[in-house]
Design a protein around this ligand. Structure first.
Ligand SMILES: *Cc1c(COP(=O)(O)O)cnc(C)c1O
Length: 403
Protein backbone atom coordinates (compact mmCIF):
# COMPACT_ATOMS: atom_id res chain seq x y z
CA UNK A 1 0.00 0.00 0.00
CA UNK A 2 1.60 3.28 -1.08
CA UNK A 3 1.41 5.99 1.53
CA UNK A 4 -0.93 8.86 0.58
CA UNK A 5 1.60 11.25 2.14
CA UNK A 6 3.77 10.58 -0.92
CA UNK A 7 3.09 12.37 -4.19
CA UNK A 8 1.78 9.79 -6.60
CA UNK A 9 4.60 10.09 -9.15
CA UNK A 10 5.33 6.37 -9.39
CA UNK A 11 3.25 3.26 -10.09
CA UNK A 12 5.05 1.17 -7.47
CA UNK A 13 5.08 -2.61 -7.23
CA UNK A 14 3.73 -4.07 -3.97
CA UNK A 15 7.05 -5.05 -2.43
CA UNK A 16 9.59 -3.46 -0.05
CA UNK A 17 13.08 -4.81 0.49
CA UNK A 18 14.87 -4.95 3.79
CA UNK A 19 18.37 -5.90 2.67
CA UNK A 20 20.40 -7.34 -0.15
CA UNK A 21 23.57 -9.25 -0.92
CA UNK A 22 25.22 -9.48 -4.31
CA UNK A 23 22.55 -10.00 -6.97
CA UNK A 24 19.84 -10.83 -4.41
CA UNK A 25 17.28 -8.69 -2.58
CA UNK A 26 15.23 -9.84 0.39
CA UNK A 27 11.72 -8.60 1.13
CA UNK A 28 9.91 -7.95 4.39
CA UNK A 29 8.10 -11.29 4.03
CA UNK A 30 11.44 -13.13 3.81
CA UNK A 31 11.15 -13.90 0.09
CA UNK A 32 14.37 -13.73 -1.99
CA UNK A 33 14.44 -11.97 -5.38
CA UNK A 34 17.08 -12.27 -8.08
CA UNK A 35 17.85 -8.72 -9.16
CA UNK A 36 18.11 -8.38 -12.95
CA UNK A 37 17.65 -4.60 -12.84
CA UNK A 38 20.17 -3.25 -10.28
CA UNK A 39 17.94 -0.34 -9.31
CA UNK A 40 17.97 0.67 -13.02
CA UNK A 41 21.67 0.23 -13.80
CA UNK A 42 22.80 1.67 -10.47
CA UNK A 43 24.06 -1.20 -8.29
CA UNK A 44 26.64 -2.60 -10.72
CA UNK A 45 28.59 -4.06 -7.80
CA UNK A 46 25.43 -5.62 -6.44
CA UNK A 47 23.94 -5.00 -3.02
CA UNK A 48 25.91 -4.47 0.18
CA UNK A 49 29.28 -4.77 -1.55
CA UNK A 50 31.75 -4.77 1.35
CA UNK A 51 34.18 -2.33 -0.31
CA UNK A 52 31.39 0.20 -0.86
CA UNK A 53 29.93 -0.25 2.64
CA UNK A 54 33.41 0.16 4.11
CA UNK A 55 34.17 3.30 2.05
CA UNK A 56 30.89 4.88 3.19
CA UNK A 57 31.31 4.05 6.86
CA UNK A 58 34.97 5.05 7.00
CA UNK A 59 34.37 8.39 5.33
CA UNK A 60 31.16 9.00 7.30
CA UNK A 61 33.07 8.65 10.55
CA UNK A 62 35.57 11.33 9.43
CA UNK A 63 33.75 13.95 7.33
CA UNK A 64 30.59 14.07 5.21
CA UNK A 65 30.56 17.50 3.70
CA UNK A 66 32.58 20.68 3.65
CA UNK A 67 31.87 22.82 0.58
CA UNK A 68 33.21 23.45 -2.87
CA UNK A 69 34.50 26.68 -1.30
CA UNK A 70 37.37 24.51 -0.11
CA UNK A 71 39.69 21.92 -1.58
CA UNK A 72 38.34 18.38 -1.42
CA UNK A 73 41.13 15.80 -1.82
CA UNK A 74 38.66 12.92 -2.29
CA UNK A 75 37.03 14.81 -5.19
CA UNK A 76 40.43 15.47 -6.76
CA UNK A 77 41.30 11.80 -6.47
CA UNK A 78 38.01 10.77 -8.09
CA UNK A 79 38.57 13.26 -10.92
CA UNK A 80 42.08 11.88 -11.49
CA UNK A 81 40.70 8.35 -11.55
CA UNK A 82 37.96 9.22 -14.03
CA UNK A 83 40.29 11.13 -16.34
CA UNK A 84 42.80 8.28 -16.22
CA UNK A 85 40.06 5.75 -17.06
CA UNK A 86 38.45 7.78 -19.85
CA UNK A 87 41.21 9.93 -21.34
CA UNK A 88 39.07 12.99 -20.68
CA UNK A 89 40.85 16.06 -19.26
CA UNK A 90 38.77 17.19 -16.29
CA UNK A 91 35.57 16.49 -14.37
CA UNK A 92 32.79 18.35 -12.56
CA UNK A 93 30.68 16.49 -9.99
CA UNK A 94 26.96 16.77 -9.33
CA UNK A 95 24.34 14.48 -7.81
CA UNK A 96 22.38 12.84 -10.63
CA UNK A 97 22.21 12.06 -14.32
CA UNK A 98 19.89 14.88 -15.20
CA UNK A 99 22.18 17.36 -13.47
CA UNK A 100 25.18 16.06 -15.38
CA UNK A 101 23.24 16.61 -18.61
CA UNK A 102 22.19 20.11 -17.52
CA UNK A 103 25.90 20.89 -17.18
CA UNK A 104 26.56 19.44 -20.64
CA UNK A 105 23.75 21.53 -22.13
CA UNK A 106 25.17 24.65 -20.48
CA UNK A 107 28.61 23.80 -21.93
CA UNK A 108 27.03 23.57 -25.40
CA UNK A 109 25.44 26.99 -24.92
CA UNK A 110 28.80 28.48 -23.91
CA UNK A 111 30.45 26.86 -26.92
CA UNK A 112 27.80 28.22 -29.28
CA UNK A 113 28.13 31.75 -27.91
CA UNK A 114 31.91 31.49 -28.19
CA UNK A 115 31.34 30.71 -31.89
CA UNK A 116 29.18 33.87 -32.14
CA UNK A 117 25.77 32.17 -32.26
CA UNK A 118 22.87 34.15 -30.76
CA UNK A 119 20.66 31.05 -30.30
CA UNK A 120 22.87 27.97 -30.05
CA UNK A 121 21.15 24.69 -30.95
CA UNK A 122 21.83 21.12 -29.88
CA UNK A 123 20.94 18.12 -32.04
CA UNK A 124 19.14 15.44 -29.97
CA UNK A 125 17.51 12.12 -30.88
CA UNK A 126 14.05 10.65 -31.06
CA UNK A 127 13.35 8.30 -28.12
CA UNK A 128 16.28 9.79 -26.20
CA UNK A 129 16.19 9.96 -22.43
CA UNK A 130 18.29 12.60 -20.70
CA UNK A 131 16.42 13.27 -17.45
CA UNK A 132 13.54 15.20 -15.89
CA UNK A 133 14.81 18.70 -15.09
CA UNK A 134 13.64 21.22 -17.65
CA UNK A 135 16.56 21.40 -20.05
CA UNK A 136 17.24 17.66 -19.87
CA UNK A 137 13.51 17.00 -20.27
CA UNK A 138 13.51 19.23 -23.35
CA UNK A 139 16.38 17.16 -24.74
CA UNK A 140 14.48 13.96 -23.95
CA UNK A 141 12.61 12.53 -26.94
CA UNK A 142 9.49 11.30 -25.18
CA UNK A 143 6.32 13.38 -25.64
CA UNK A 144 4.65 11.59 -22.69
CA UNK A 145 7.38 12.70 -20.30
CA UNK A 146 7.17 16.25 -21.63
CA UNK A 147 3.36 16.59 -21.68
CA UNK A 148 2.07 19.37 -19.45
CA UNK A 149 5.46 20.92 -18.79
CA UNK A 150 5.51 23.30 -21.73
CA UNK A 151 7.01 25.71 -22.52
CA UNK A 152 10.06 23.52 -22.90
CA UNK A 153 13.57 24.92 -23.16
CA UNK A 154 14.31 26.03 -26.72
CA UNK A 155 17.37 25.29 -28.80
CA UNK A 156 16.97 21.56 -29.50
CA UNK A 157 16.66 19.99 -32.96
CA UNK A 158 15.42 16.40 -32.97
CA UNK A 159 16.34 13.74 -35.50
CA UNK A 160 15.86 9.94 -35.68
CA UNK A 161 18.42 7.79 -33.79
CA UNK A 162 21.03 5.82 -35.73
CA UNK A 163 20.49 7.96 -38.81
CA UNK A 164 23.54 9.91 -39.98
CA UNK A 165 21.79 11.37 -43.00
CA UNK A 166 19.24 13.05 -40.73
CA UNK A 167 22.04 14.60 -38.65
CA UNK A 168 23.77 15.87 -41.82
CA UNK A 169 20.51 17.41 -43.02
CA UNK A 170 19.97 19.11 -39.66
CA UNK A 171 23.47 20.58 -39.78
CA UNK A 172 22.79 21.86 -43.32
CA UNK A 173 19.47 23.42 -42.28
CA UNK A 174 20.63 25.31 -39.19
CA UNK A 175 23.66 27.60 -39.07
CA UNK A 176 23.69 27.79 -35.27
CA UNK A 177 24.38 24.25 -34.08
CA UNK A 178 26.93 23.89 -31.31
CA UNK A 179 26.63 20.27 -30.21
CA UNK A 180 25.17 16.79 -30.62
CA UNK A 181 23.86 15.08 -27.47
CA UNK A 182 23.39 11.33 -27.79
CA UNK A 183 23.27 8.07 -25.80
CA UNK A 184 25.74 5.45 -27.14
CA UNK A 185 22.97 2.90 -26.48
CA UNK A 186 19.44 4.16 -25.87
CA UNK A 187 18.32 2.71 -22.55
CA UNK A 188 14.88 4.01 -21.57
CA UNK A 189 14.04 4.34 -25.26
CA UNK A 190 14.09 0.53 -25.65
CA UNK A 191 17.71 -0.72 -25.54
CA UNK A 192 18.58 0.43 -29.05
CA UNK A 193 22.14 -0.29 -30.15
CA UNK A 194 23.21 1.81 -33.11
CA UNK A 195 25.39 0.50 -35.91
CA UNK A 196 29.14 0.93 -35.19
CA UNK A 197 29.42 3.50 -38.02
CA UNK A 198 26.82 5.73 -36.40
CA UNK A 199 28.85 7.03 -33.45
CA UNK A 200 32.01 7.06 -35.61
CA UNK A 201 30.09 9.16 -38.14
CA UNK A 202 28.87 11.57 -35.46
CA UNK A 203 32.46 12.04 -34.29
CA UNK A 204 33.51 12.89 -37.85
CA UNK A 205 30.61 15.30 -38.37
CA UNK A 206 31.41 17.08 -35.11
CA UNK A 207 35.04 17.48 -36.23
CA UNK A 208 34.04 18.72 -39.69
CA UNK A 209 31.49 21.25 -38.42
CA UNK A 210 33.15 22.30 -35.16
CA UNK A 211 30.45 20.85 -32.89
CA UNK A 212 30.80 19.27 -29.47
CA UNK A 213 30.11 15.55 -29.39
CA UNK A 214 28.37 15.09 -26.02
CA UNK A 215 27.76 11.50 -24.92
CA UNK A 216 25.17 10.73 -22.26
CA UNK A 217 26.67 7.71 -20.50
CA UNK A 218 24.50 8.03 -17.42
CA UNK A 219 23.27 4.48 -18.01
CA UNK A 220 25.96 2.97 -20.29
CA UNK A 221 28.89 4.12 -18.13
CA UNK A 222 30.78 2.45 -15.29
CA UNK A 223 31.28 -0.94 -16.90
CA UNK A 224 27.71 -1.65 -17.97
CA UNK A 225 28.30 -2.31 -21.70
CA UNK A 226 31.49 -4.34 -21.40
CA UNK A 227 33.86 -1.36 -21.35
CA UNK A 228 34.26 1.18 -18.57
CA UNK A 229 32.43 3.60 -20.88
CA UNK A 230 30.57 2.65 -24.04
CA UNK A 231 32.57 5.07 -26.25
CA UNK A 232 35.57 2.83 -25.51
CA UNK A 233 34.13 0.34 -27.99
CA UNK A 234 35.44 2.97 -30.46
CA UNK A 235 38.81 4.64 -30.97
CA UNK A 236 38.10 8.33 -30.31
CA UNK A 237 37.07 10.57 -27.38
CA UNK A 238 33.87 12.57 -27.01
CA UNK A 239 34.23 16.27 -26.17
CA UNK A 240 31.77 16.05 -23.28
CA UNK A 241 30.87 12.89 -21.34
CA UNK A 242 28.19 12.59 -18.67
CA UNK A 243 27.64 9.77 -16.22
CA UNK A 244 25.86 9.02 -12.95
CA UNK A 245 23.82 5.85 -12.14
CA UNK A 246 26.50 3.17 -11.59
CA UNK A 247 29.19 5.58 -10.38
CA UNK A 248 27.96 5.56 -6.77
CA UNK A 249 26.42 2.05 -6.68
CA UNK A 250 23.40 3.68 -4.99
CA UNK A 251 25.03 6.69 -3.42
CA UNK A 252 23.85 9.72 -5.48
CA UNK A 253 26.62 11.13 -7.65
CA UNK A 254 26.91 12.40 -11.21
CA UNK A 255 29.78 13.70 -13.29
CA UNK A 256 30.41 15.62 -16.47
CA UNK A 257 33.83 15.30 -18.09
CA UNK A 258 35.39 17.42 -20.82
CA UNK A 259 38.44 17.44 -23.05
CA UNK A 260 39.83 19.28 -26.05
CA UNK A 261 37.67 22.11 -27.31
CA UNK A 262 35.26 21.75 -24.36
CA UNK A 263 38.05 21.96 -21.80
CA UNK A 264 38.01 25.60 -20.72
CA UNK A 265 34.37 26.56 -21.19
CA UNK A 266 33.43 26.63 -17.49
CA UNK A 267 35.30 29.30 -15.55
CA UNK A 268 35.22 30.15 -11.83
CA UNK A 269 31.63 31.12 -11.06
CA UNK A 270 30.01 29.81 -14.24
CA UNK A 271 28.60 26.60 -12.72
CA UNK A 272 28.29 25.12 -9.26
CA UNK A 273 26.49 22.93 -6.74
CA UNK A 274 26.27 22.64 -2.96
CA UNK A 275 26.51 18.86 -2.59
CA UNK A 276 28.29 17.79 -5.77
CA UNK A 277 31.52 15.88 -5.16
CA UNK A 278 31.45 16.16 -1.37
CA UNK A 279 33.94 14.01 0.55
CA UNK A 280 31.44 11.17 1.10
CA UNK A 281 30.15 10.98 -2.47
CA UNK A 282 33.68 11.20 -3.85
CA UNK A 283 35.01 8.48 -1.54
CA UNK A 284 32.21 6.17 -2.68
CA UNK A 285 32.76 6.93 -6.38
CA UNK A 286 36.45 6.18 -5.97
CA UNK A 287 35.74 2.88 -4.21
CA UNK A 288 33.32 1.89 -6.98
CA UNK A 289 35.77 2.66 -9.81
CA UNK A 290 38.63 0.92 -7.98
CA UNK A 291 36.49 -2.18 -7.60
CA UNK A 292 35.30 -2.14 -11.22
CA UNK A 293 38.95 -2.06 -12.28
CA UNK A 294 40.39 -4.47 -9.75
CA UNK A 295 37.72 -7.13 -10.34
CA UNK A 296 37.81 -6.54 -14.10
CA UNK A 297 34.04 -6.12 -14.10
CA UNK A 298 33.59 -4.57 -17.56
CA UNK A 299 35.03 -7.75 -19.08
CA UNK A 300 32.79 -9.82 -16.84
CA UNK A 301 29.78 -7.76 -17.95
CA UNK A 302 30.69 -8.54 -21.54
CA UNK A 303 30.97 -12.28 -20.91
CA UNK A 304 27.81 -12.54 -18.79
CA UNK A 305 25.90 -10.42 -21.29
CA UNK A 306 26.88 -12.78 -24.11
CA UNK A 307 25.86 -15.76 -21.99
CA UNK A 308 22.42 -14.28 -21.22
CA UNK A 309 21.80 -13.35 -24.85
CA UNK A 310 22.80 -16.78 -26.11
CA UNK A 311 20.62 -18.47 -23.44
CA UNK A 312 17.68 -16.25 -24.35
CA UNK A 313 18.18 -17.01 -28.04
CA UNK A 314 18.33 -20.72 -27.26
CA UNK A 315 15.07 -20.73 -25.29
CA UNK A 316 13.17 -18.20 -27.41
CA UNK A 317 14.42 -18.83 -30.98
CA UNK A 318 11.15 -20.50 -32.08
CA UNK A 319 8.84 -17.86 -30.58
CA UNK A 320 7.43 -15.62 -33.32
CA UNK A 321 6.22 -13.03 -30.80
CA UNK A 322 9.87 -12.28 -29.91
CA UNK A 323 10.99 -9.64 -32.40
CA UNK A 324 14.56 -9.26 -31.25
CA UNK A 325 17.04 -10.15 -28.52
CA UNK A 326 19.76 -7.54 -28.35
CA UNK A 327 22.27 -6.00 -26.02
CA UNK A 328 25.72 -4.67 -25.31
CA UNK A 329 27.38 -6.12 -22.21
CA UNK A 330 24.81 -6.32 -19.45
CA UNK A 331 22.38 -3.91 -21.07
CA UNK A 332 19.89 -6.30 -22.64
CA UNK A 333 16.52 -5.94 -24.37
CA UNK A 334 14.00 -8.54 -25.51
CA UNK A 335 11.51 -6.90 -27.81
CA UNK A 336 8.08 -8.51 -28.19
CA UNK A 337 5.47 -7.84 -30.86
CA UNK A 338 3.00 -6.63 -28.20
CA UNK A 339 2.81 -4.52 -25.03
CA UNK A 340 4.12 -6.54 -22.09
CA UNK A 341 4.28 -4.37 -18.98
CA UNK A 342 2.36 -7.08 -17.05
CA UNK A 343 5.54 -9.17 -17.27
CA UNK A 344 7.12 -7.03 -14.57
CA UNK A 345 4.55 -8.15 -11.98
CA UNK A 346 4.62 -11.75 -13.23
CA UNK A 347 8.41 -11.77 -12.85
CA UNK A 348 8.12 -10.32 -9.36
CA UNK A 349 5.76 -13.11 -8.40
CA UNK A 350 8.37 -15.54 -9.78
CA UNK A 351 11.12 -13.97 -7.63
CA UNK A 352 12.80 -11.99 -10.42
CA UNK A 353 13.21 -8.22 -10.79
CA UNK A 354 13.05 -6.95 -14.38
CA UNK A 355 11.76 -3.89 -16.18
CA UNK A 356 9.77 -3.25 -19.34
CA UNK A 357 10.58 -0.09 -21.26
CA UNK A 358 9.10 1.50 -24.38
CA UNK A 359 5.98 -0.63 -23.78
CA UNK A 360 7.18 -3.89 -25.30
CA UNK A 361 10.86 -4.30 -24.52
CA UNK A 362 11.84 -6.48 -21.54
CA UNK A 363 14.92 -4.75 -20.16
CA UNK A 364 17.60 -6.56 -18.16
CA UNK A 365 20.32 -4.65 -16.30
CA UNK A 366 21.74 -7.19 -13.84
CA UNK A 367 24.61 -6.35 -11.50
CA UNK A 368 28.02 -6.72 -13.19
CA UNK A 369 29.07 -9.14 -10.42
CA UNK A 370 26.56 -11.88 -11.30
CA UNK A 371 28.02 -15.36 -11.61
CA UNK A 372 27.31 -17.81 -14.43
CA UNK A 373 24.64 -19.70 -12.51
CA UNK A 374 22.78 -16.45 -11.80
CA UNK A 375 23.06 -15.34 -15.44
CA UNK A 376 21.58 -18.66 -16.57
CA UNK A 377 18.85 -18.47 -13.94
CA UNK A 378 17.86 -14.97 -15.12
CA UNK A 379 17.75 -16.13 -18.75
CA UNK A 380 15.65 -19.21 -18.02
CA UNK A 381 13.19 -17.35 -15.81
CA UNK A 382 12.76 -14.62 -18.44
CA UNK A 383 12.36 -17.18 -21.22
CA UNK A 384 9.73 -19.08 -19.24
CA UNK A 385 7.80 -15.90 -18.40
CA UNK A 386 7.90 -14.69 -22.02
CA UNK A 387 6.82 -18.06 -23.44
CA UNK A 388 3.88 -18.24 -21.05
CA UNK A 389 2.96 -14.59 -21.66
CA UNK A 390 2.69 -15.00 -25.44
CA UNK A 391 1.05 -18.43 -25.18
CA UNK A 392 3.95 -20.47 -26.59
CA UNK A 393 4.43 -24.05 -25.47
CA UNK A 394 6.96 -24.55 -22.67
CA UNK A 395 9.71 -27.19 -23.11
CA UNK A 396 9.84 -29.49 -20.07
CA UNK A 397 13.53 -28.74 -19.40
CA UNK A 398 12.73 -25.03 -19.22
CA UNK A 399 9.69 -25.65 -17.06
CA UNK A 400 11.89 -27.55 -14.60
CA UNK A 401 14.73 -25.03 -14.52
CA UNK A 402 12.94 -21.70 -14.86
CA UNK A 403 10.61 -21.98 -11.85
C1 LIG B 1 18.64 7.63 -15.93
C2 LIG B 1 19.16 8.46 -17.02
C3 LIG B 1 19.23 9.87 -16.91
C4 LIG B 1 18.69 10.60 -15.71
O1 LIG B 1 19.40 10.30 -14.54
P1 LIG B 1 18.79 10.75 -13.13
O2 LIG B 1 19.88 10.38 -12.15
O3 LIG B 1 17.53 9.97 -12.93
O4 LIG B 1 18.55 12.20 -13.19
C5 LIG B 1 19.80 10.56 -17.96
N1 LIG B 1 20.26 9.94 -19.06
C6 LIG B 1 20.19 8.60 -19.21
C7 LIG B 1 20.74 7.97 -20.45
C8 LIG B 1 19.63 7.82 -18.21
O5 LIG B 1 19.54 6.49 -18.37
Amino acid sequence: MTDQALMQTYARLPVAFTHGEGAWLYAENGQAYLDALSGIAVCGLGHAHPVVSEAISQQARRLLHTSNLYQIPQQEALARKLTQITGMQSAFFCNSGTEANEAAIKLARLYGHRKGHQVPHIIVMENAFHGRTLASLSATGNPKAQAGFEPLVEGFIRVPYDNLAAVKAAIQNCAQISAILVEPVQGEGGVHIPRQEYLDGLRTLCDQHDLLLMLDEVQTGNGRTGRMFAFQHHTWLPDVLTTAKGLGNGFPIGAVMVQGKAQDLFQAGSHGTTFGGNPLASAVGLAVLDTLERENLPARAQARGELIRSQLSHWLADVDAVRSIRGLGLMIGVELDRPCTELVKQALDAGLLINVTAGQVVRLLPPLIINEAEAIQISQKVALLVRRFVGASVPVELEAQGE
